[in-house]
Structures are given as structure tokens and as C-alpha cells.
Write a protein that binds this ligand. Structure first.
Ligand code: SF4
Length: 393
């Protein structure tokens, strides 16, 4: 987190996240918090306004380098409602002149006009939840849009003036083979988004997908197929000039998600809305604070009506815990810089950890470049295992 001083006042930069917990219909794989009823939107917006006002002390002196409206489906909000959210945020903290301001959109909920409205309101980055360019796969996932809607959404976004577009894809759907996976990727590449998030499908507990798997109605891919599809994704996106800068994220040079990168570098962010997470830490401070909000719109609104913080969980983290986190966050993303960690947290990798780094380099899972330990393509494939090995002090 930067800490500059202007007129004797400490200023520091961080991110803002707003969770918009409404979806037209729940997708079968999704465990993000959202509800299908749009009825409580106004009540939610009032409570959100209250939470934003109550957060002033936590973010005093902060200026927002990134702002992210995620969900849920933020594109279900009207232009006036989006304007209100942004106005409340701007009253809380000033936005940097070059702030990255992202909104997640579902192709089934936008038109050229609504995208124009978003651009005019100040959003300068779109994250479009496409997931697949195969209509049968979209149907299986329970998405409310078709592949044609997704194509149209990207061209409308361009026409509306967006030149920083990210798309989400899901890889390794049950039964998906390499050709089917490659076909969605080819289509994605032909549309030339600046950023692609390609997530391997995870069967999350308490989702319809988990029930189908449990009942034997759906069979997830085995780990060999999953690995082959992940490798295919990496190879195709690498050939197309995308930098693989996090396990599931790829960007054209200069278009990494600044907001998501802040999660992997211990940059402060304030999360607002039901289920949102926050992390606040200032460079040099002995402790950081992390908390999450309740996963219920009713409780969220009730607590804020009583002017109580809608907390689900809160914890303090000391330098040792933050150092441990920085080790695996670094490995999963842009690499691990032991010298930087030492300066930042006053701690060093242990002899055992240095030995593990040598072992994973010998296995071809990581390389050391300019003092930074980075996973190779094969290493990304085994990221969880490598992180677990490296976390043994
Ligand atoms: S639209 Fe997004 S947030 Fe909503 S249910 Fe589907 S995946 Fe989850």
C-alpha cells in the first residue's frame, strides 16, 4: 500500500469492492452469495449507503486506486442506482484520477444503451461473465444467456467505449474434451478481450451441481482430464500473447486486473455489501485487520438500520501470519520475492523452505528470475501441492 504525504496529512491508496447480491437466476455451480429476488434492491441500497457512511473512520486518508462492483449481478442495477452507489463511494474517499473502475456484467442483462450508461457513469473496465461459447454448456451451467448474447455483449461494450474488457470462462466442465475446450478459447481469442479469467470448474458444497454429482447424475472430469484442459488453456493463451499472471488469470501486457492483483499483494481494500470481505493494513503497521460481512440481505439491512456493523467474522493478523500468506499468494501469482518479503515483514524463508524451493526448481515446477521464484506452467498445475510443501517452515 502506498503511503504518501500531502499537506502534512498521510494519504494511502487502496481498493473498494461492492458486492451486489442479486441474480436473475442462480447458476448451478455458484456459491457466491446472491438471491434471485430483486425486490430488496432499494432496501439493500439504503443499507449500503449507511455502511459506506459508517466506514469513514476505517478508510480515513485513503484514496481509491481501484473500485470494483461485483456480485451477484451488478448489471441488474439501473443507471440511477449505479450512479448512487458511485456517488456514495466518492463521498467516502476520493478516486485516483486514473483509478480502475470495474463492473461485472452478465451478457443476459445488458444492452448497448445500458453499457453506454455504465461508461458515462465512469466505469472504465468491464468484467463479462461468459463462461463458455457453447450453448449446450451454458444451458448445463444454468446461465441466462446464449453464446450469441455473449458475442453481442463484447461488441456492444466496444461500441460503448470500453477498451479494457475481461471475460470469465469456465474450463473442465463435466465431459468436456480438449477440442470443446479449445473451441471456446478460440472464440474468446477471436474477440480479443484484454483479459481472460479461465477458472477450472469446482464442485462447491451446497450447490445443485454438488447434488447432481452426489446423486451420480453428473460425473466431474478426473484429474488427468482436468490437468490436460488446464495445460491446453495455458498453452493457447500463452501463444496468443496473454501473460499468465495468476493461477486462473491471463492478460495482454498492461491489462492485468489491478483490483484483483491487490488481493494477492496485501494491498488494503474495503469490501461493502452482504458477504463482502475487507482487508486493512498500512505499510509498517504491526497488525492487519480482516473481516467479512453477513451472508444475508435481511440481516445486513437490519443491522445497518440499527447502525451496527454487519459483521460475520473479524480477525487480526500479525507479521508472521501475513508473511505466511504472502508466501503462497506470491507463488500463486507473480512470484515470490524473498528479499521483498524480508523487507516488508522482517522475516526470511527458513532453511527448509529454501531447500523446498531448490527441489521444486529441480523438478521444473519453478524458476528463479531476478531473485523472484516463479511457478512454471507445470508448477501452476501443481500449485496447491507446491504451496502446501512450501508452507512447512
Ligand atoms: S450470475 Fe454469477 S453470481 Fe449469479 S449465480 Fe451465476 S455465477 Fe453466481
Amino acid at each position: 500500500m502506498m503511503d504518501d504525504r500531502t499537506d502534512g496529512k498521510a494519504r494511502w491508496s487502496g481498493g473498494l469492492y461492492v458486492h451486489v447480491p442479486f441474480c436473475e437466476r442462480k447458476c448451478v455451480y455458484c456459491d457466491f452469495f446472491s438471491v434471485e429476488s430483486l425486490e430488496p434492491i432499494e432496501e439493500y441500497l439504503s443499507a449500503l449507503g449507511e455502511e459506506i457512511r459508517m466506514s469513514a473512520d476505517s478508510v480515513r486518508g485513503m484514496h481509491a486506486a481501484t473500485v470494483y462492483l461485483g456480485g451477484g449481478t451488478p448489471s441488474l442495477l439501473s443507471p440511477a442506482q449505479l450512479d448512487r452507489v458511485l456517488a456514495n463511494l466518492r463521498e467516502l474517499v476520493p478516486f485516483d484520477p486514473g483509478a480502475e473502475i470495474t463492473i461485472e456484467v452478465n451478457p443476459g442483462t445488458v444492452t448497448l444503451q445500458s453499457l453506454r450508461n455504465m461508461r458515462e457513469l465512469g466505469f472504465n473496465r468491464l468484467s463479462i461473465g461468459i463462461q463458455s461459447f457453447d450453448d449446450a454448456e451454458l444451458k448445463f451451467l444454468g446461465r441466462i444467456h446464449t453464446a450469441d448474447d455473449a458475442r453481442r455483449c463484447i461488441s456492444d461494450a466496444r461500441a460503448a467505449g470500453f477498451d479494457n474488457i475481461s471475460i470469465d470462462l469456465i474450463v473442465s466442465l463435466p465431459g468436456q474434451d480438449e477440442e470443446r475446450c479449445a473451441s471456446s478459447l478460440r472464440e474468446a481469442l477471436s474477440l480479443e478481450p484484454q483479459h481472460i479469467s479461465a477458472y477450472t470448474l469446482i464442485v462447491e458444497d451446497h450447490t445443485p451441481l454438488a447434488q447432481w454429482v452426489k446423486a451420480g447424475q453428473v460425473k466431474p472430469n478426473d484429474e488427468h482430464r482436468e490437468a490436460a484442459l488446464y495445460e491446453k488453456t495455458m498453452a493457447m493463451l500463452d501463444r496468443a500473447g496473454y501473460e499468465h499472471y495468476e493461477v486462473s488469470n491471463y492478460a495482454r501486457p498492461g491489462f492485468r486486473s489491478r483490483h484483483n492483483s491487490s488481493y494477492w499483494t496485501h494491498t488494503a481494500y474495503l469490501g461493502l455489501g452482504p458477504s463482502a470481505h475487507s482487508f486493512l493494513w498500512k505499510e509498517g503497521a504491526a497488525q492487519a485487520r480482516r473481516w467479512s460481512n453477513v451472508r444475508s440481505i435481511g440481516r445486513y439491512c437490519d443491522q445497518l438500520r440499527r447502525r451496527e456493523r454487519p459483521l460475520e467474522r473479524e480477525e487480526s493478523l500479525d507479521a508472521g501470519q501475513l508473511f505466511d500468506e504472502a508466501v503462497f499468494l506470491g507463488l500463486r501469482s507473480d512470484g515470490l520475492d524473498p528479499a521483498l518479503l524480508s523487507r516488508r515483514w522482517g522475516r526470511d524463508l527458513t532453511m527448509r523452505q529454501h531447500e523446498t524451493v531448490r527441489e521444486i526448481c529441480n523438478e521444473g515446477w519453478a524458476v528463479v528470475e531476478d531473485g523472484r521464484i516463479r511457478l512454471t506452467a507445470r508448477g501452476f498445475l501443481l500449485c496447491d501441492e507446491i504451496c502446501a510443501r512450501l508452507m512447512v517452515p
